[in-house]
Design a protein around this ligand. Structure first.
Ligand code: CU
Length: 181
């Protein structure tokens, strides 16, 4: 390849790196059953960093129509259950964080916590909602559910500390799961 072309490719890569944004979403802040913020608008190349701050929660992909049921796709986003050890946090260990890379910004990513009751108490969020599929209607559907039978027990596995692999998951890529345990 011509040197000028190589330089162009390099600058392009540098450009996309410089403008990639990390969106931090606090999970369970102040002991609440919340993702905060509950809506994120991200570009391709951006990273969503789910920071678990209290209790036991998870980041599990669901669907707009079934907010509290794990999405059936084998490669759906699923952090497994993450429990925050407050003693470790107090000693200076960083919050466990689950990171996703956005590879398709046109596809909404519907997220819920799979711990029984949390989703139907409104513990849901979305990355890149579109059109009439809004966060508010997604949450309203979740709040209208009243059975724990909807929860997928496969979402209860703990994430091994070694799962730092990069895998493609629907609209997202799991960049890393770093559990400070
Ligand atoms: Cu939860």
């Amino acid at each position: 390849m011509h040197a000028a072309s190589l330089l162009f490719v390099y600058l392009l890569a540098l450009f996309s790196t410089v403008f990639a944004v990390t969106h931090t979403v606090v999970v369970g802040g102040n002991g609440t059953l919340t993702f905060s913020p509950s809506q994120v608008f991200a570009n391709e190349g951006d990273v969503i960093a789910y920071e678990f701050q209290s209790g036991t929660h998870s980041v599990v992909q669901s669907t707009f129509d079934n907010p509290c049921t794990a999405a059936p796709a084998a490669n759906a986003v699923n952090s497994g259950l993450v429990t925050v050890d407050q003693a470790l946090i107090d000693s200076g260990v960083r919050y466990p964080t689950y990171r996703l890379g956005v590879i398709n910004a046109s596809e909404p990513l519907w997220i819920m916590c799979s711990v029984p009751d949390h989703c139907m108490k409104g513990m849901v969020m979305v990355v890149n909602p579109s059109g009439n599929k809004t966060f508010d209607s997604f949450k309203t559907t979740a709040l209208g559910l009243n059975t724990t039978a909807l929860f997928d027990s496969s979402a209860t596995a703990l994430v091994p500390q070694s799962s730092l692999g990069k895998m493609l998951v629907g609209a997202m890529a799991v960049l890393a799961v770093s559990l400070a345990l």
